[in-house]
Design a protein around this ligand. Structure first.
Ligand SMILES: C[S@@+](CC[C@H](N)C(=O)[O-])C[C@H]1O[C@@H](n2cnc3c(N)ncnc32)[C@H](O)[C@@H]1O
Length: 198
């Protein structure tokens, strides 16, 4: 016999998702979302040299990114099939270390890998394979943004422990004037900006 919580949870999720679909749903009230949605996304949305975007890791609070990137060739990739509902129409269900199975070499202009390392992608070798795959599918000059939480519970290894990251060059992201931006908040969410060399 299911518990009351088990019965109520899907109802609450469906109500929330219906509200999100109508554009009146909740949003995450965190500094990292303000930085992401207020400073980082607009740069790529306005950049005509960035027609294609891959966003890795989907959740209810990323659903409206479909609208943010509606003028782009917007793709999402997520390991959990149940979260495909929050992805793009162009959605891939797989682990990001297989990203190069789904996109041609040099196919993408920008890849976001936010909140995935330390939230499931915790093995440094798998993460390194993912970074190598992103390098493969990004065009030369393409941008790679990694977001990670700089706290012990969600920092399974240092970014520098992934050898493939050395194939990228740190990129001073113009709107923030730095290649590494740490946000306010308990999770100390940190954005690192890279480019695949030309
Ligand atoms: C904390 S959420 C982050 C959501 C979103 N990327 C964001 O803006 O923060 C982590 C998501 O990454 C997904 N994830 C974890 N490991 C993954 C992997 N190896 N490949 C693809 N997605 C993964 C989880 O299923 C979860 O939906």
């Amino acid at each position: 016999m299911p518990s009351l919580k088990q019965l109520v949870k899907p109802i609450g999720r469906n109500v929330r998702d219906a509200m999100l679909l109508c554009g009146v749903g909740p949003r995450l009230d965190e500094d990292d979302r303000r930085v992401l949605e207020g400073s980082i996304f607009p740069h790529f949305v306005d950049d005509d040299a960035c027609p294609s975007v891959l966003f890795v890791g989907c959740h209810w609070y990323t659903w409206h990114y479909n609208k943010v990137f509606r003028g782009k060739d917007y793709w999402t990739l997520e390991i959990n099939p149940a979260r495909a509902r929050y992805g793009s129409k162009q959605h891939v269900v797989d682990s990001v270390e297989h990203v190069d199975r789904h996109f041609e070499p040099d196919a993408l202009d920008t890849v976001f890998l936010l909140g995935v390392i330390g939230w499931g992608l915790d093995d440094v070798d798998l993460a390194d394979r993912a970074v190598a795959g992103v390098h493969e599918v990004l065009r030369p000059g393409g941008a790679f943004v990694i977001g990670w939480d700089d706290v012990p519970d969600h920092r399974p290894f240092a970014l520098g422990a992934m050898p493939s990251l050395a194939r990228f060059e740190p990129w001073t992201f113009p709107p923030l004037g730095t290649h590494e931006h740490r946000c306010d908040g308990d999770l100390r969410h940190t954005f690192n900006f890279y480019r695949k060399p030309e």
